[in-house]
Ligand binder design. Structure first.
Ligand SMILES: Nc1nc2c(ncn2[C@@H]2O[C@H](COP(=O)(O)OP(=O)(O)OP(=O)(O)O)[C@@H](O)[C@H]2O)c(=O)[nH]1
Ligand SMILES: [Mg+2]
Length: 301
C-alpha cells in the first residue's frame, strides 16, 4: 500500500535505548502522596494496609516482567531492578518506564478493595505515580542504590516514629519538630525508650526495613512453581546477597526450592495462592464440563 503523504511525521519520533549490559532500575513514586494518605486517613507514620497494597501492586509488576531480579518498596515508592541482559522492549526507555508506571497504578487500583474493604475506605480520587529509569553499570553501584533506599527507610522511620509519639504525647507538630532538631539516631532511640517505653528494634520489621520482593521457586500445593515472595530483611550487609545469589547471577541455585515460612500470611502470598485455587477450580470445572459433554455425546449413540 502506498504511504500517505502524512507518513513522514513518523521520523520525528525519537527512541532512546537504555545502555546494554547495565542494571536498569525503574523507580515509581506516588504523586502528592502526602495528600493522598491524609485524604484516605492512612495511619501515621505507617499504615500497614497501605504498605501491603503497594506490595501487591509491586507483585503484579514483577509477575509481568520475568527479567526483574529484585524489587524494593518503602513508603510511596517501589524500585524494580531489571537484569543487565534484559531485552524487554529492546530496552526502549519510554516504553518500559511508562508501562511499569501504568501497570503499577492500575494494579494499585485493582487491589484496593481487597485491602481496604474491611476499613470501608473508598477511593476518593485516582492516585498516580511518576517513574524514572536509572542505569547502574556495576554490581556494587546496584547494591549501593538499594542500600541507599533501605537506609532512607531507617532514617525516615526512626524520625517519624519518634515525631508521632511526641505528638501523641501532647506536643504540637512544631514543638515535636523543635525537640528533634539536631538529634542523632541514638537520641531518638533514647527518647522512644525512656519516654514511651518503645524499643525501636521491636517495631515491625516491614516498617524498619521496607519490603523486598524476589521471584522464587516455592512448593505450593505439592508442586514447584514461581511465586513472588516478600522478604523483610537487611540488604545492606553481605549476608542477604550470599543467601540469594540468583539476584546477581541468574544461573545460581536454579533448582533450589524456597521454603515459605512466616510469609504465608502475607497478602502477596495469600493472593497468589488464591489465584492458583481459582485456576484449579476453573480447570476442574472445565474438566467436568468436558466429561458431561463426552457423556452426553456418548448417550446420543
Ligand atoms: N500516613 C501515612 N503517610 C504515608 C505513608 N507512606 C507514605 N506516606 C506519605 O507519603 C509521603 C511520601 O513522600 P514523598 O514522595 O516525598 O512526598 P509526596 O507528597 O508523594 O510528593 P511527590 O512525590 O513529590 O509528589 C510521605 O511524606 C508521607 O506523607 C504511610 O504509611 N502512612
Ligand atoms: Mg511521592
Amino acid at each position: 500500500m502506498a504511504l500517505s503523504r502524512f507518513e513522514y511525521v513518523k521520523q520525528f519520533e525519537q527512541e532512546e535505548k537504555l545502555l546494554p549490559n547495565s542494571w536498569i532500575v525503574v523507580r515509581i513514586d506516588g504523586k502528592g502522596f502526602h495528600r493522598f494518605c491524609s485524604v484516605h486517613s492512612f495511619s501515621k507514620p505507617n499504615d500497614l494496609d497501605a504498605l501491603q497494597l503497594m506490595n501487591l501492586a509491586g507483585m503484579t509488576v514483577m509477575q509481568e516482567f520475568n527479567e526483574i531480579a529484585i524489587a524494593y518498596g518503602q513508603s510511596d515508592e517501589y524500585s524494580f531492578v531489571f537484569r543487565r541482559e534484559a531485552s524487554v522492549y529492546q530496552r526502549r526507555r519510554d516504553k518500559l518506564v511508562s508501562y511499569v508506571a501504568s501497570l503499577f497504578t492500575s494494579a494499585y487500583m485493582f487491589h484496593w478493595k481487597r485491602i481496604f474493604d474491611h476499613r470501608a475506605v473508598a477511593m476518593r480520587y485516582p492516585p498516580s505515580f511518576d517513574a524514572r529509569a536509572v542505569l547502574y553499570p556495576t554490581d556494587e553501584n546496584l547494591r549501593d542504590y538499594l542500600s541507599w533506599r533501605q537506609a532512607d527507610v531507617h532514617v525516615n522511620n526512626l524520625y517519624n516514629t519518634t515525631f508521632w509519639n511526641l505528638v501523641a504525647s501532647g506536643l504540637s507538630n512544631a514543638e515535636a519538630e523543635k525537640r528533634l532538631q539536631g538529634t542523632l539516631a541514638s537520641d531518638k532511640n533514647e527518647i522512644l525508650f525512656s519516654q514511651f517505653g518503645i524499643n525501636y528494634n521491636n517495631e515491625p520489621v516491614m516498617y524498619r526495613k521496607g519490603t523486598i520482593l524476589l521471584p522464587k521457586s516455592v512448593n505450593a500445593d505439592g508442586k514447584k512453581q514461581r511465586f513472588i515472595v516478600p522478604l523483610f530483611e537487611d540488604l545492606i550487609g553481605d549476608a542477604f546477597w550470599a543467601k540469594h545469589p540468583e539476584i546477581m547471577d541468574k544461573k545460581a541455585k536454579p533448582d533450589s526450592v524456597y521454603e515459605l515460612d512466616e510469609q504465608k500470611t502475607q497478602p502477596v502470598i495469600l493472593y497468589q495462592l488464591e489465584v492458583q485455587d481459582r485456576r484449579k477450580a476453573g480447570m476442574s470445572k472445565a474438566e467436568s464440563n468436558a466429561k458431561v459433554t463426552l457423556e452426553s455425546d456418548g448417550s446420543l449413540n
